[in-house]
Design a protein. Structure first.
Length: 653
C-alpha cells in the first residue's frame, strides 16, 4: 500500500451550513441560491445548474459509479500569462492597453537607455564586478553599441535573436520563482510572477531587484540533495552554443553577465509599460489574479471537488502539486469520504502529479496496491515523466468486484498518450483480466492530428480497436472542447500572444480530457463538462477564471456495468457480451451533443438580471440540457461560484 494515503476521518459535521456567495458581490450577482421547492432560475441565463452532475440515486441501476476527471493545472507562476475571464472591466482595459503598447507602440517605443538608464547600467556592472564575473568589458561594449540605443519594444521585446538565444527567457526561468529547500518560495521582483511588493516606481523596483539578484541567499534542492547557500545571481549558468546554436561562441563566453543585463532590461521595460498604461490599477488587478491562480488555487480546486462533486465515487486528478496532497487532508468532506491513492514517488521538480480519490463507501482501502511501475515497465521509450501516471488495483466493497484505476497526464502534444495507454491495456488484459478498468486522463488530444500532435479521432479509433470506449461515445465530437485558453502579451513568448478580440477564435480549444473503460465492462451516460465549478460549461469563454482556477474543464460521467453473456473479462473486444444500459439511461452516442445553441457566448447576459422563477424553469433542477444529464445533491454552489461577468469583455471601457 505504498502509495495509499490514509486520510484521518474528522468527526462528522453537517454540510447544511455551506457558505453561499455574497449576492452583492460582482461575481455572484447572477448566482442562483438554494431553492427548497426544487426550482431553478431560467436556464437561458447560462448561470447553469447547481448541484451534482450525477443521477445514480434516480437510476434503477444502483451499481453505477460516478466518475470525475480533472486536470487541475500546475501553478503558473505568471498570473498574466493567459487571458482570464475577470469580473472587473479594468482587467480587460489593462490587457488591451498592454496589447496596444506592444502591437503598435508608436512614439512610446523609446530607446532602451531611456528606461534602463546608463546610471542603472553602471550600478549593474558594479554589482557584477563585486561577484567576480568575467567578460564585463565585452558586455559593456555590447551595452553601448547594441542594447542602449535599441527601441524598447520593436528592438528588444520583439527581437527574435534575443528570444532564440534565450538571453532573457533562460534567466527568467531560473530566477522567476524559486522553491527553497525549507519549503518556502521566493520570487524575483518582476511583473510576471506572484511578487507582491510595491513596483509602482522604477526606483523602487530597481532597489528591490538588485537586492534580490545580488544579495539574497538561497538554498535549493539539486541532484546531490540541497545546494550550498548561494546568492541568486550564482544560479544563472552559461548558455551553451552546442545546445542553442543561435548564441555565438563569443556570447557563450560572456553569457552569464549578458543574461543578467538582458533580464534587467526585460524587467525594467515591463515595469515601465504597466506604470505607463495603468499606474493605479495594475497592482490591485495583479493581486486579484495571484489570489485566484497562485496563492489560493489549491483551496479553490479543493472547494469545487468537495462541494460540487461531493457525490463522486472516483476522482482522477492530473497536474497536482505535492502540497495539494497535504491540503486535501485538511478538507472535512474529502478526508471523510475518500482514500487518496498517489504515486509512491511524487514529482518534486515539475511538481505535477496524478492522483486518484477512491470513495471508502465503494472501495476497500486496505486492498489498494500500486501497480504504476508495472505499467511504466511496459511503456516503450521515455514517454512518461515522474508523477504523470498513477495506477492502483483495489477491491470493491460489495459483490467481490475488483478494479484497476489509473490517472494519467500526457505530454503537451499528446504523443505519450498511446504508448502509456498501450501499457495500461496490456497490464489490464493480461495481468488483471478480472478487474474493471477505469482511466481518467488528460490525453492532450487535438482537433486535427499531425506528426507532432495526437488527434481526437486518432485516439478514439485506437481505444475502440482495443475494445475500449470513453465518456464521449463511439464518435467523439472534437468541438466538445475541454480547454479554451490563449496567451496574453504579458509573457516572454510574444510570438504566441493572442489579441483580446481573438482570445477565443484563435485560442487553444481542444477536447483533451477523457474517461476511458472497456466496452465489455461498462457503459457511460450523463457526461458533463464544467468550466464554472457548478456543472455548467459556458461556451466561448476563456478559462481559468477567478473562481475556476484551471485551464481544463472538469469531466464527469456515470458508468454502469453491462450485462454479460460468458464474458472473458477485461480487455476483450466485447464480442462475448450483450452491452446495454440498465433502465432508460441514454447511450453517449445517442445523447444530445454538449454544445448548446442557446449558450453560444458568455456575454449574452450583459446588462440583464436573471429571472428568479422559483418553481418554473426551462429545465428541471440540475439538468445540464447541453448533455441531457441530470444533477443531484446539494443545491448550494461552492463559495465564490462563477457567474458570467456583469460588464462587457470586448475591449477597453
Amino acid at each position: 500500500m505504498g502509495g495509499v494515503v490514509c486520510i484521518p476521518s474528522p468527526p462528522s459535521t453537517s454540510r447544511d451550513g455551506l457558505q453561499v456567495p455574497d449576492v452583492h458581490s460582482p461575481m455572484s450577482a447572477l448566482a442562483p441560491t438554494s431553492n427548497a421547492s426544487g426550482g431553478d432560475w431560467n436556464d437561458r441565463t447560462g448561470a447553469g445548474s447547481v448541484g451534482m452532475p450525477f443521477t445514480r440515486g434516480q437510476a434503477p441501476n444502483t451499481a453505477s459509479l460516478n466518475i470525475v476527471s480533472w486536470n487541475i493545472a500546475a501553478v503558473n507562476n505568471n498570473p498574466f500569462e493567459y487571458w482570464v475571464t475577470h469580473h472587473d472591466p479594468a482587467y480587460n482595459r489593462l490587457m488591451h492597453d498592454v496589447q496596444l503598447f506592444i502591437d503598435a507602440p508608436g512614439d512610446r517605443d523609446i530607446a532602451v537607455g531611456q528606461i534602463f538608464t546608463h546610471e542603472m547600467w553602471i550600478e549593474l556592472k558594479g554589482e557584477m564586478e563585486s561577484h567576480g564575473m568575467e567578460g564585463l568589458a565585452e558586455v559593456e561594449k555590447r551595452w553601448e553599441e547594441e542594447y542602449k540605443g535599441r527601441k524598447a519594444i520593436s528592438g528588444f521585446m520583439k527581437d527574435k535573436g534575443i528570444g532564440s538565444k534565450r538571453l532573457a527567457s533562460m534567466p527568467d526561468r531560473i530566477t522567476n520563482t524559486i522553491n527553497m529547500s525549507d519549503g518556502s518560495v521566493v520570487m524575483r521582483p518582476t511583473i510576471i510572477n506572484g511578487f507582491d511588493g510595491d513596483l509602482g516606481t522604477m526606483e523602487r523596483w530597481w532597489d528591490l531587484w538588485k537586492d534580490f539578484v545580488f544579495r539574497f541567499v538561497v538554498q535549493v534542492f539539486n541532484e546531490d540533495g540541497v545546494s550550498p547557500p548561494q546568492v541568486v545571481c550564482k544560479m544563472i549558468e552559461p548558455i551553451l552554443h552546442s545546445k542553442y546554436p543561435a548564441i555565438t561562441p563569443e556570447e557563450q563566453a560572456i553569457s552569464i553577465p549578458l543574461q543578467i543585463l538582458c533580464l534587467a532590461i526585460f524587467d525594467s521595460i515591463l515595469v515601465h509599460m504597466l506604470n505607463t498604461v495603468a499606474p493605479n490599477t495594475w497592482q490591485p488587478l495583479k493581486r486579484s489574479l495571484c489570489d485566484a491562480l497562485i496563492s489560493n488555487k489549491s483551496k479553490k480546486n479543493i472547494n469545487i471537488l468537495s462541494h460540487t462533486y461531493a457525490d463522486a465515487d472516483v476522482i482522477f486528478i492530473q497536474e497536482a502539486a505535492a502540497a495539494f496532497v497535504d491540503q486535501t487532508m485538511g478538507d472535512d468532506h474529502l478526508a471523510r469520504k475518500f482514500s487518496l491513492l498517489k504515486p509512491s514517488v511524487l514529482d518534486g521538480k515539475r511538481d505535477q502529479n496524478s492522483l486518484i480519490f477512491a470513495s471508502r463507501e465503494i472501495f476497500i482501502e486496505e486492498t489498494a496496491v500500486e501497480v504504476t511501475e508495472e505499467v511504466l515497465s511496459l511503456v516503450e521509450g521515455k514517454w512518461a515523466a515522474a508523477g504523470d501516471l498513477v495506477a492502483f488495483r483495489i477491491d470493491g466493497a460489495a459483490g467481490g468486484q475488483k478494479y484497476l484505476l489509473s490517472s494519467f497526464h500526457g505530454d503537451s502534444n499528446g504523443l505519450a498518450t498511446l504508448p502509456v495507454m498501450k501499457a495500461i491495456h496490456t497490464v489490464a488484459s493480461e495481468q488483471y483480466p478480472d478487474h474493471t478498468l477505469i482511466v481518467g486522463l488528460d490525453a492532450n488530444t487535438y482537433r486535427e492530428a499531425s506528426a507532432q500532435r495526437h488527434g481526437v479521432h486518432q485516439f478514439s479509433e485506437w481505444i475502440t480497436s482495443k475494445g475500449m470506449s470513453s465518456c464521449w461515445g463511439e464518435e467523439p465530437d472534437p468541438t466538445n472542447t475541454t480547454t479554451c485558453n490563449a496567451r496574453t502579451f504579458l509573457q516572454p513568448q510574444l510570438n504566441k500572444a493572442v489579441r483580446l478580440s481573438d482570445q477565443v477564435s484563435k485560442g487553444e480549444q481542444n477536447l483533451k480530457d477523457w474517461i476511458v473503460f472497456y466496452a465489455s465492462q461498462l457503459t457511460a451516460s450523463n457526461t458533463n463538462r464544467d468550466n464554472t465549478g457548478r456543472v455548467r460549461y459556458v461556451q466561448e469563454m476563456v478559462y481559468p477564471t477567478l473562481v475556476f482556477p484551471s485551464d481544463h474543464a472538469v469531466v464527469s460521467t456515470t458508468l454502469s456495468p453491462v450485462v454479460k453473456k460468458g464474458a472473458k473479462g477485461g480487455g476483450g473486444n466485447g464480442s462475448d457480451t450483450d452491452s446495454f444500459h440498465v433502465g432508460a439511461m441514454p447511450s453517449p452516442t445517442s445523447a444530445r451533443p454538449l454544445s448548446d445553441s442557446r449558450q453560444t457566448s458568455p456575454f449574452a447576459l450583459v446588462g440583464r438580471q436573471p429571472r428568479m422563477e422559483g418553481t418554473v424553469a426551462s429545465a428541471p433542477l440540475g439538468v445540464d440540457d447541453s448533455t441531457g444529464g441530470t444533477a443531484r445533491g446539494s443545491l448550494n454552489p461552492p463559495p465564490g461560484a462563477f457567474t458570467p461577468p456583469s460588464a462587457p469583455l470586448g475591449g477597453p471601457q
